[in-house]
Structures are given as C-alpha cells and as structure tokens.
Ligand binder design. Structure first.
Ligand SMILES: [Zn+2]
Ligand SMILES: [Zn+2]
Length: 534
C-alpha cells in the first residue's frame, strides 16, 4: 500500500479517426493499435456531425417518460417530440418497444491508476470501451496527486485521458494535507473544473488523514463550493485488525474482510457525517458497502442533513462467500475496500437504493489481472484492491431493480445518470434527454437478455467478478457525443471524448449560507462577523 512504483509506460494511441472492433484486440502488453488502423473505416460513423433519428421509443427522463422521437445533430439533442420528419441523409434507428434513456454516468472509477505496487489493467481506452459497450457514456475518475501535489496529478491524468473515447470528468483524491494542498484546491476548482475532493479515513501510514485535518479539509471544501467525499473506514482499527489476522496465521484473502468488519465502516461513516454537520457542509460517502454505514446515512437524512450515499454494483449484487473460496486466484478477485460483505448487506443496500436513502450507483471499477492479484499470494494485505463493473453496471442494476419490479424506469435513469449529473453540477447538459443536452444516450431492449463473461467483456481484465450472471434488459445501442459507438460492435474514435469541467456550488450548497447566518444570529455573539452578509 505504501510503495508506489515509477510510472509504467502507458499505451499511447497516436492516431485518429479510426473505427475498430475492440473485442478482437489482444490483451497483451504489446497491444499496438496501428495494426488495426483503418479496419472498418467508415467516415460516417466517425463524423461528429452525424444526424440520427431514434424513432418510436419510450423516451425516459428522471421526471417523465413518453413515446417520442429523438433527433440528434452536431453531437447534441436537437428535438424530442412525436413524429419527427427528416431528410434522406439521416440515420434512422427504430426503437419501437424499447427504452431510449440518457447514457449512464459512473461517478466512481479508477482507470490507469498506479496502486499497491502495480497499475490497473484498464486504462482510459479499454475502460471506456467497456463502459460504452455497457451503456455508460460518461465517468468521473479520481486524480491521484503526484507526491501529494494536486497540479502535477491533474496534468498527469489529463495526459492519461487524452485519447478518451467518451466524455469524462475528475474528482481529486487528497492524499496528504498541508497549506500548499489547501491553496492548490482553489486552483483545481476555479481553473481546472474539479468540484469534489476525496479524503481517506483509512490506509494508515499512506493516504489517511486524522480528524483534525479532515475538519480543515471540510471547511476548505465548503468555502470553495466543492463536495467533500470520504472513504469511510476507521484506518487505525483496520491496521490493528490486519495485525491480528497475521498474528493468527490468517494470510489468505478471507483475512481481508475479517480484518475490516462493517462496524469500522459504520463508525467512520458516522464520524464523517457528524464532522460535516459540525462544519455545516454537504458530504458524499463513496462506496457504501454495509448496513452499518447505510443506517448512519439514513439517520442523518432523517435529521435533515445533506448526505449522499453511493453504493457500488459489487456491494449490491455480490456477497463475501467468494472470499472464502479455497482457491487463492478465485478469492483474490473479490478483494476490494471496504470489503464485499456477508449476504444480507447486499439486500439492504438494494432496498436503500430503491427507496432513495442511497441516491446513485457507481462501480469503483479498478481492475487487476490474476497475475497482479497474485502479488498478495502470501499476504492478503498485498492483494491489489479492486473489482470490475464499468461495463456491467447498467445491465445489473436494470435486472436487479427494474426487471424485478422494485423501481420505475424513471428512477433507473435517476440513479444511473441524472442524480450524478445534478450532484456534480453538469445537469442538464448530461443526465437528460432534452433539447440542447449532449447526445449521450442508449437504447435498451427490455425483452432481450444479457450474459456476463470475461470471455466476451471489453475490459482487459482476465477475470470478471460477475462471471456467468444473466438477466433481462440489454443495451442494444449506445450513442456518445452524437455518434453510434455501440450496436453490438464497438466503433470508437480515440480522442473523441471530451473533458467535462464541473463548476462549484452545485445544488447541495444552496441554503448553506442561510443556515450559517441563522446559527450566528442565534448565538447573540458580541462580534458582528458574518452578520452583514446579504
Ligand atoms: Zn475508496
Ligand atoms: Zn475507489
């Protein structure tokens, strides 16, 4: 955890305007796309000014659904209404009996991240290709600072993402805290388009910050109008739990969940929530994995506090039985933090997501191959943490919650796309099918089925934690930036994805100032500071 190797070479794709079938690409280190440059060359598909008419589908937004046509031109949605008549040069897609929905936005991914002595096998190219094949058209990744330096981290990640095939944004992880970091946060917010910062209450000795520093960080975020996010586990207790497991001779993957039980997640979640309340700032809890953490978020909401909880697909559909598999390679696939919990936590997370206690769903997509996972063969603490999900999220959530009748189609759009766009202040450019919105959308056939397998997925990972799962509801077409990028085959164009700047002071910040003033005036303080504000 503590040691980070020098950067491994990134795959650079220095060509443009190509259309390729990703599924035939080798996974190997020597992947060089020059070899397939020009394959399936089709300028029409690569043009951003393509005109598309989606006819007769049920157009779904978070607030409304109707049968209508959607006309797309120049990368944006030009019109949404019934019976649109177009000229011959328009590509027509028949969506009768299908749902036309905003493309998914994944609020939590890690592509091309150096972590635990290695680097995730999915970079921005393969990770985004997988996303598009699964109906996700934007993701928000985490910039990891370089030796704590935010600006250097930002530049590094902009470079990693420069050949993106879909739109992306960034959160900034804060891995140490001092005055320089505090000042750099302002540059990130005002100049670089970042409006959220993630702080770690776990990973003692590397990323973790203590309560004193977390308080300062929360104050700073509030002032900048940036949303503080927390990885909520008690890092001191996790370190102690790990020491105990090793002492007991438990060195295999099951030592991972045993060393960091749900109560440590519940404790840190409660602490972060109370500190955010003390500071009077909104808070976003990433990867909520347990009943313990969910209950703290529910309690806070009942008291009127602005807390967002983000479950991830692995927590919703998996349980920890895999981690007890005697086969190291199998069990190690499922190691992530906070850990995948015992059966029962998954059901509670599903219920909380369906009822709005948890508001949106991410993946924490962070993939390592069998060989990379084997770094921890003798010690679970060294197994690179992370699972896949960027390609599977839209399908699994549909099957789990919509196909089963637990949420409406509109709520599906809300939790997979719209709510993320609102929280990170890019709605309705993203997360909506409205005139003027970006033409990022999907056509989902509720009567077709999907099957998940490492043999057919688009990630470079050689395993899939959802291997063999099947369900109803298939994304048949993905349109990104006004181009058809998936219709059973990928047609992606490196460099076509745009960096989406996210402005500060999203809707969660509305009213914060009034609450502060109300508190101040209730104090009858002799000092007049703060009272003159309008
Ligand atoms: Zn985390
Ligand atoms: Zn993460």
């Amino acid at each position: 955890m503590a040691s980070f190797p020098p950067s491994t070479p990134l795959h650079l794709f220095l060509f443009f305007s190509i259309s390729i079938s990703i599924s035939i690409l080798p996974i190997s280190e020597s992947q060089q796309l020059q070899g397939v440059c020009g394959l399936e060359w089709d300028p029409a598909l690569c043009s951003t000014s393509g005109k598309i008419l989606i006819k007769g589908g049920t157009v779904v937004n978070a607030h409304h659904k109707e049968v209508a046509d959607v006309y797309i031109q120049d990368g944006v949605i030009a019109s949404v209404r019934p019976n649109i008549i177009v000229s011959d040069d328009v590509t027509i897609l028949d969506a009768t009996g299908k749902y036309v929905m905003p493309g998914g936005i994944d609020p939590h991914t890690h592509l091309a991240m150096e972590f635990m002595g290695t680097e995730t096998i999915d970079d921005f190219f393969s990770g985004q290709a997988a996303a598009l094949a699964g109906g996700t058209t934007m993701h928000i990744d985490f910039v990891i600072p370089v030796n704590g330096n935010l600006s250097a981290g930002f530049d590094l990640y902009m470079n990693k993402a420069k050949n993106s095939v879909m739109d992306y944004g960034f959160h900034m992880a804060v891995t140490k805290w001092d005055e320089t970091v505090s000042e750099d946060m302002q540059i990130m917010v005002n100049e670089k388009g970042i409006n959220s910062f993630k702080f770690f209450m776990a990973y003692k000795g590397s990323f973790m910050i203590n309560d004193e520093l977390l308080l300062q960080a929360l104050e700073r975020c509030k002032k900048l109008g940036a949303l503080p996010m927390v990885h909520a586990e008690n890092g001191d207790a996790v370190a102690e739990g790990q020491r105990k497991m090793i002492e007991l001779g438990i060195t295999g993957p099951k030592g991972h969940p045993l060393s960091r039980p749900p109560l440590l997640e519940g404790e840190a979640t409660a602490r972060a929530i109370r500190l955010a309340r003390f500071v009077n700032t909104p808070l976003y809890v990433v990867h909520v994995m347990s009943i313990d953490a969910t209950e703290e978020i529910a309690k806070a909401k009942m008291s009127g506090q602005k807390v967002i909880g983000e479950p991830v697909v692995s927590g919703l559909v998996l349980n920890d039985s895999w981690l007890w598999n005697p086969e190291f390679a199998t069990a190690a696939q499922y190691v992530m933090s906070p850990p995948i919990r015992k059966s029962g936590h998954d059901k509670s997370l599903q219920a909380a997501l369906s009822s709005g206690i948890l508001q949106l769903v991410g993946t924490d997509h962070c993939t390592f191959t069998k060989t990379q996972k084997a770094l921890g063969i003798d010690d679970f603490r060294k197994i690179p943490n992370g699972v896949n999900g960027i390609e599977e999220r839209m399908h699994l959530v549909w099957d789990l919650l919509v196909e089963s009748g637990r949420i409406s189609v509109m709520d599906y759009v809300r939790i997979t796309s719209t709510e993320c766009a609102r929280i990170f202040n890019i709605y309705p450019r993203k997360g909506a099918i409205m005139e003027g919105s970006d033409a990022d959308l999907i056509i989902l056939n509720p009567n077709a089925s999907f099957k998940i397998s490492a043999a057919s997925h688009h990630s470079r990972c050689d395993t899939n934690v959802y291997e063999g799962m099947t369900g109803m509801g298939k994304v048949e077409v993905t349109i990104s930036g006004g181009r058809i990028v998936w219709d059973g085959e990928l047609k992606v164009k490196p460099g076509s994805g745009k960096y989406i700047k996210m402005p500060p002071f999203g809707y969660l910040f509305e009213g914060i100032e009034k609450a502060d003033l109300a508190l101040l005036s209730s104090l009858h303080s002799p000092s007049r500071i703060g009272r003159s504000a309008a």
